[in-house]
Design a protein. Sequence first.
Length: 80
Amino acid sequence: MTAMDISQAVRIPEKEVYRHLAHIQRSVAGQGKELLLTPCTCRACGFVFKERRRLTRPGRCPRCRESRIDSPVFRIVEGK
Ligand SMILES: [Zn+2]
């Protein structure tokens, strides 16, 4: 799910979702699981934010300066 999906499902603001996700990331790590996110991509030029560690959506593309960035999709998987 994207933060927007989660926001709508549980009816809390999107920015609160990111706060909770940061907490979930730490708590699932203690259960041998991992919170994964797909890298954000720029809709204008296709730039992929591979190195990004933060959970939030980037504001602007470093390559084309557009701000149409796809939201990351989050999922929880069993750890290795
Ligand atoms: Zn771009």
